[in-house]
Design a protein around this ligand. Sequence first.
Ligand code: BTN
Length: 321
Amino acid sequence: MNFYPLVRLLSTEIFKTGTELGAELGISRTAVWKQIQQLEQLGIEIITKPQQGYKLAKSINLFNELLLKQLLIENKSNLDLYLFSSLGSTNVEAKNLLNSPEVKSVLVLTEMQTAGKGRRGRTWQSPFGQNLAITLGAKIDTDISKLQGLSLAIAVELKESLNKFAAIDVGFKWPNDIYVNDKKLCGILVEVAGDFSGPFSLIMGIGLNLKSSSAFNSIDQPYICLDELGIEFDKNLFAIDLAVRLEKMISKFLNKGFQAWQARWNKAHLWKDKQAEVIHSNLSKRVTLKQVNSDGALLVINSEGNEEVINSGEISLRLAE
Ligand code: BTN
């Protein structure tokens, strides 16, 4: 269902009646009413006044295809833009698009995801217009081992892009969660598909919480949205800034590896020198967290006082009580 036309009409100061909305959309009043109900189910708050009609309770910053395309051209980007009002997952869509031999690199954006993917098999909530879901996908002709530490380098680029738009001091929780005030603001999910000795499709998905919404209530970890920090910017400008940064970083990363981002990552490392539980396959052990090495692996000191190297994958970290 394409909700763009109705949401655009509802994004005004004045109320619009079902008849007016129907006339502008070329659909019946009943069809308008049904769409309004669907929008409310998606967590979009709509004010209804008898005789006067409907309007959005809070304005929504929507994607603007023309602006996005113009910005990609201005930045000399080779990314092909795919914009949706609703999608299962931008990562899955990017992966499918890259299956076509003629498609080289894509930028997939959507106002909402119905099956957003998180790390370690979790789901990711992307209510309509409240979470920025962005995926950059590209075909890479090299060995997959060259990607070690990539998701941490993406976190550095994301931090630097955010800093261009707002005075916000984000920190990193290894391997690639972005935190503010001890709560998660963004998540990163890097996936690969194809022949791991190359060529393969590299999928870099990022979710950024923009506006608080009741639809976030099911999240089972502390989270924060930009509006709670009093931050609002045009997501069109941010999405392109980030996408262009990531597009540029890929070739540099394949040449130089994580080393070029290592110092910046360690500078924003939130839990350095903290005691934590390292959890893997339901087993946990207590360690002291140190910095990340030039591969993006986390160095820790175990209970015997020896250094260990923790690689990403299925491991999670929890601060010790
Ligand atoms: C995490 O668990 O922290 C990673 C979350 C990654 C979410 C983003 S939203 C855009 C892209 N599409 C998805 O399905 N997931 C990623």
